[in-house]
Design a protein around this ligand. Structure first.
Ligand code: ADP
Ligand code: ZN
Ligand code: ZN
Length: 830
């Protein structure tokens, strides 16, 4: 007799709990389980989760009662196990649980949680004697209700755990569970029609056409079918999409059904991709200019011996064309390529450009896709086969989270606009930075990383100059068009002389007017959405604030409401001051909506569009705005930072920065670096084709050194200045930062705990601790907030520092009276 040793699996549960969890493997599942497949397991008294198998082994854990795996969900792994090493790095570096990484990594279609519903099968014929008493009880319960959740069934069960009973009832066919338990994803099918086998010969076909002459509608349908499948296509097709056929011919389903009933046509169900297919033309990559060619060669050389290379190329120098050339190379080597973008606003144009060269080989992965589409791309990436000639997604264009896609043959990761802070996830954990994660992934997989930008992050440029990364400089624009001319307009002066028209200085106003006359386009950048940041009572100074957060409410004119941009709390605009009753309430400051309003009054003939969070909620809205602007249907585009990044338009001659002061005055050690990046980037949208563009920066500090550096395109000057400050004040890249965010519903309690934690931290970390202090917004969604910063020297082990930190936090949390506090750790906060 062969004795099977009892097997165990360690699984990752989608929970913010440290470590992995061990379950035993029932005899009948032996041999079916492998790392990377999903299983259903019970955790806690009532809850069931889909977990990922991490490891299979024979080591029986001791000290607790071990439960067994309930069900296996996959035959093939949905994550290849080599990827776990990457997940583990994320969890350890960003200080979170593997389960949180799993949650961030898997598309939700692959994550099942336990509020699954169980459905009674009315066709099931009960054989009372066959059922156990528990089965009978549960089935009766379910028959009365038709449908019920697992937790309700648990409550109804004699032993309080219905899972095994549900399973046996499932096996009997007495019940079914909602599809979402088995998998959240269902392939989509469409109907195709084809000619029956017996009509495949020419003569039979001719005869058939003749036969149908008495049924002209059917005859026409047949003829058109032949036209589309044989003559209208490059290759002869076997079958044709039914819906499309009916639409093109303009006939009814009845006609087609008759042909099917006569046995002339057959209909077949075909699984189709939800992801749309590229149908445009394919072109070769452009020939590179001399300067581009040189940069390309340098990149290739650096990537020979460096894992990472930074391409510092000014705006419109043709970085994208260089990426395209590089992608081509990796495609030929049968490798997969990931093209990371900071924001979906950008994907429209990039996807278009990549599709033109790579056709269907390039696909997108982003948050605006629904679950099913994302699962589909996930699987395509997972199943990429370098040996196959079939058309496969080989280049994925995606935002932050696509760094988690299960690439098995990654060759190249491009991080476009690498300086962008939207690569950093703020909430929830893992608070990872996609650029940095991509670099670690490359070390684990051997893929190469190309960072590209006109305005590198200080940290990246530092790494390049110190030899950690390769560095390639590209300092001429394509076709040697000059960088735009940048002028300042003095706001303080213009206000004093009463020359302002709304928020427009005379200079900006005149330049816009000239551009419109010359049929050229304008971009206006204002870093705030909404109509006005807040409203104020003219009599007493009352300002309406959010009930839950410590911020004033933003006025949105289009629906006459006051909205909190942190929690969404909304009020109707009051007609009277709530403090003194005065009817005189004015708006203060301005956002994109107000600018749009003013522009439509000042330039009544201009066609205007606005691009910000409020106008781009719908899935295709970006595409529409960008397309309309690109094709000249819009003269003036007004936007938040969405308009500053990477967009490539042909006909923009004027860029206006409406207020540089609120960029520069933001209280953060990166404010100057960011101001430089934003202004340089938005300037870069001007004059990309044909001739030099112009940028007007409105500011009350025209002599500010950052503004001067933007004007002179002096990235190096900005870099050196900022680096000196960073060194002096102990910030990255010289020091590592760890942020701690404390939240509590009670203000006093928070203060007490923060002070207590402060002294605990100082005992170990001494003067490396900054805080507790109030963040810019110190109350969000009814939570009061305090923060700390730890500045850790580069040569101190970050691992032991984090370990020490965790010990202190654990201690602080268990002190009497401290249970109401929430503490988040943010490594490398942005
Ligand atoms: P960047 O990404 O550096 O801002 P882009 O790659 O968007 O610059 O290039 C700017 C514009 O110049 C684009 O419209 C691009 O198509 C065009 N361009 C750049 N290089 C070439 C080239 N070698 N041949 C033809 N057009 C080019
Ligand atoms: Zn008042
Ligand atoms: Zn709020």
């Amino acid at each position: 007799m062969i004795h099977h040793a009892q097997r165990f699996v360690d699984v990752i549960l989608p929970l913010p709990l440290p470590g992995k969890f061990t379950y035993s493997v029932p005899e009948e599942m032996n041999g079916e389980l492998q790392p990377g497949v999903r299983v259903i397991v019970q955790f806690g008294k009532k809850k069931f989760y889909s977990a990922l198998v991490h490891r299979i082994h024979n080591d029986e854990p001791t000290g607790y009662e071990i439960k067994s795996v309930e069900t296996i969900l996959d035959k093939q792994p949905v994550v290849h196990p080599e990827l776990f090493e990457f997940w583990e790095w994320i969890a350890s570096y960003y200080h979170c649980s593997l389960g949180e990484v799993m949650k961030a990594a898997l598309p939700s279609g692959l994550k099942l949680e336990s509020e699954t519903r169980v459905i009674f099968n009315p066709e099931y014929e009960t054989d009372k004697d066959e059922l156990s008493s528990r089965e009978h009880l549960l089935l009766t319960f379910l028959r009365n209700r038709k449908i019920s959740s697992v937790s309700d069934l648990n409550r109804a069960d004699q032993k309080g755990n219905a899972y095994s009973v549900i399973k046996s009832l499932l096996n009997r066919g007495a019940i079914s569970v909602e599809e979402s338990l088995r998998s959240g994803y269902k392939p989509r099918t469409e109907t195709y029609v084809r000619l029956a086998e017996e009509y495949s010969g020419e003569s039979q076909l001719t005869e058939l056409v003749d036969d149908l002459s008495r049924a002209p509608k059917q005859q026409e349908l047949l003829m058109r079918f032949l036209e589309y499948t044989r003559f209208g296509s490059v290759e002869a097709l076997e079958e044709y999409n039914k819906k499309l056929l009916l639409k093109k011919v303009g006939t009814t389903t009845a006609t087609l059904n008759t042909l099917i009933q006569k046995g002339i046509f057959e209909s077949v169900e075909r699984r189709v991709d939800r992801i749309s297919q590229y149908a445009g033309n394919i072109r070769d990559g452009f020939e590179l200019s001399l300067a581009q060619e040189k940069a390309y060669t340098e990149i290739e050389q650096h990537l020979e011996d460096k894992q990472v290379t930074l391409l510092h190329g000014i705006t419109s120098s043709g970085k994208t064309e260089i990426y395209i050339r590089l992608i081509e190379k990796y495609i030929q080597e049968k490798k997969q390529v990931l093209y990371l973008l900071p924001e979906i606003a950008l994907t429209t144009q990039i996807v278009q450009r990549l599709n033109q060269v790579f056709g269907d080989k390039a696909g997108i992965y982003h948050s605006r896709f629904n679950d099913a589409e994302r699962v589909e791309i996930w699987n395509k990436v997972l199943n990429f086969n370098p040996e196959s000639d079939e058309n496969q997604y080989q280049v994925i264009i995606g935002a932050r989270s696509s760094v988690f896609l299960p690439f098995r043959f990654p060759g190249l990761i491009i991080v476009d606009e690498e300086h962008e802070n939207s690569y950093k996830q703020f909430d929830p954990a893992p608070r990872y930075h996609a650029r940095d994660a991509a670099i670690v992934l490359s070390h684990l997989t051997g893929a190469k990383v190309l960072l590209g930008t006109a305005t590198p992050a200080i940290e990246s440029y530092y790494n390049a100059l110190t030899g950690k990364y390769g560095l390639v400089e590209l300092s001429e624009r394509f076709q040697q068009i000059e960088l735009p001319k940048i002028l300042t307009a003095d706001l303080r002066d213009a206000y004093k002389r009463k020359q302002m028209r709304g928020h427009f200085t005379p200079l900006l106003f005149e330049e816009i007017e000239k551009a419109l006359e010359a049929k050229e386009q304008v971009i206006l950048f204002q870093n705030r959405r909404g109509f006005a940041p807040f409203i104020e009572c003219k009599t007493c100074g009352w300002v309406p604030k959010c009930k839950h957060c410590d911020v004033s409410l933003t006025y949105h004119k289009h629906n006459n409401s006051l909205v909190c941009h942190y929690c969404g709390y909304t009020l109707h605009h009051p007609s009277n001051c709530q403090a003194c009753g005065s009817a005189e309430i004015t708006t203060k400051g301005f956002g994109t909506e107000k600018i749009e309003d003013e522009v439509s009054l000042i330039f009544p003939d201009a066609r205007i569009a606005r691009m910000d969070l409020d106008t781009t909620r719908a899935r295709k809205s970006f595409e529409k705005i960008i397309h309309d602007y690109d094709s000249g249907k819009i003269d003036i585009l007004i936007g938040t930072q969405m308009v500053t990044k990477g967009l490539d338009f042909q006909n923009v001659s004027i860029v206006g920065i409406l207020n540089a002061d609120n960029l520069l005055n933001y209280p953060d050690f990166r404010a100057y670096e960011r101001s430089y990046q934003l202004m340089a980037q938005v300037s870069g949208r001007a004059g990309r084709k044909r001739r030099q563009g112009k940028v007007i920066i409105q500011t009350s500090e025209p002599d500010h050194h950052i503004i001067q550096q933007v004007i002179e395109n002096d990235y190096t000057g900005m870099y050196k200045g900022q680096l000196a400050e960073r060194k002096h004040f102990k910030y990255p890249p010289y020091y590592r930062l760890i942020g701690l965010v404390l939240k509590h519903r009670d203000k006093r309690e928070l203060e007490r705990i923060a002070n207590q934690l402060g002294s605990m931290l100082r005992r170990s970390f001494r003067n490396r601790v900054l805080g507790p202090e109030d963040p810019v917004i110190n109350r969000i969604q009814t939570w009061y907030i305090k923060q700390f910063w730890l500045k850790i020297e580069r040569d101190i082990s970050i691992v032991s520092a984090k370990k020490k930190l965790q010990e202190i936090l654990d201690e602080a949390k268990t002190q009497p009276g401290n249970s109401g506090v929430q503490i988040n750790i943010d490594v490398d906060p942005m």
